[in-house]
Write a protein that binds this ligand. Structure first.
Ligand SMILES: CC(C)(COP(=O)(O)OP(=O)(O)OC[C@H]1O[C@@H](n2cnc3c(N)ncnc32)[C@H](O)[C@@H]1OP(=O)(O)O)[C@@H](O)C(=O)NCCC(=O)NCCS
Length: 152
């Protein structure tokens, strides 16, 4: 068995459950993606988000550990890939590739014909990952947001 096959042995990709919450927050903190446990990443907010039928939140589990996540959402016009992350010791083993494929399949089933993601400009590794997956980088769009409170 080669390294990639070994990484995928016993790999379970399954829907997020309430009991996964703390492991998922810890994973996001380890992978350095912006995480707002007092805001939109509170357990309450995440569970509310999951009640939206367009939302699919998946975790990758191996030997009882949560090692990856992805959340696919859509607003009826575009699909969004959020929170794609893989624990550092399991990166470069094709796990994000599998998570992304499941998220994209969900969005296509929902009728989305464009799938998007936002990447911070100091995250070249993630940009390269999405470029490899045939996503186009738009340099002519600047992200604006309006926030009810700073930690939202
Ligand atoms: C981006 C991320 C999810 C990729 O996860 P992964 O499981 O390592 O990705 P894969 O193994 O499926 O990568 C597939 C290919 O993408 C490219 N790639 C992945 N990570 C890369 C990196 N850091 N630098 C350059 N290319 C990368 C490679 O071509 C890779 O194939 P290879 O390993 O055979 O060269 C992971 O690095 C991560 O969790 N990063 C921190 C969180 C983050 O930034 N998430 C994205 C938010 S938008």
């Amino acid at each position: 068995m080669n390294k990639e096959q070994d990484a995928h042995a016993n790999l379970l990709i399954r829907p997020f459950g309430e009991d996964d919450y703390h492991a998922v927050i810890s994973l996001w903190e380890q992978t350095g993606i912006p995480c707002k446990p007092q805001g939109r990443d509170s357990k309450e907010k995440i569970l509310k988000e999951l009640s939206n039928p367009g939302t699919l939140f998946l975790v990758a589990e191996k030997d009882g550990d949560i090692i990856g996540t992805v959340m696919a959402t859509h607003d009826g016009r575009k699909g969004w890939i959020n929170r794609l992350s893989v624990v550092p010791r399991r990166q470069h083993q094709g796990i994000a590739t599998r998570l992304l494929k499941e998220a994209e399949d969900h969005l296509y089933r929902c009728g989305m014909e464009i799938i998007t993601c936002l990447i911070e400009d100091d995250n070249p590794g993630s940009m390269e990952f999405f470029r490899k997956k045939e996503y186009i980088k738009h340099t002519d769009i600047i992200y604006f947001s309006k926030r009810k409170y700073p930690d939202v």
